[in-house]
Design a protein around this ligand. Structure first.
Ligand code: DQA
Length: 142
């Protein structure tokens, strides 16, 4: 009952990074909230962050190899640029849930395309840290 939670570039700075957009919770705060809820749901989470595209590709492959039930993925700006991560999602059978703290559709034009969303099982965006918890609820049920 393992769920991977993968985070892309600049999300290590959550809490101080544009808090008016992304909120005041740090990634560690979010990890703590997810661990508490995962325990209640009888699941376990493995939460990671990298600023490097290839790490996210490797971790998607690893999630399948480890038999993870699902991957919750906030690819950060790679969402809008990375065909490699799109292809990695397509390459594994593990369901991937795309999450965003903000709602990219209400923001700049360049955030309106998501290569992740085209490959993901579903997307949750716009609810701040709650987006991750909602994704966990979905991950536990699929
Ligand atoms: C984000 C939205 C992306 O457009 C942005 O590049 C991020 C964070 C979010 O969680 O709202 O880094 O993925």
């Amino acid at each position: 009952n393992l769920i991977y939670v993968l985070n892309g570039p600049n999300l290590n700075l959550l809490g101080t990074r544009e808090p008016e957009i992304y909120g005041h919770d740090t990634l560690d705060d979010i990890a703590g909230q997810l661990e508490d809820r995962a325990r209640e749901l009888g699941h376990e989470i493995d939460m990671r962050q990298s600023n490097h595209e290839g790490h996210l590709v490797d971790w998607l492959h690893e999630a399948q190899a480890q038999g993870a039930k699902a991957v919750i993925l906030n690819a950060g700006a790679f969402t809008h640029t990375s065909i490699a991560i799109h292809d990695a999602i397509k390459s594994v059978r593990t369901p991937v849930i795309e999450v965003h703290l903000s709602n990219p559709h209400t923001r700049e034009e360049f955030r309106h395309v998501s290569f992740i969303g085209r490959a993901a099982r579903g997307t949750i965006a716009g609810f701040g840290a709650l987006s991750y918890l909602l994704a966990l609820e979905a991950a536990a049920r699929i």
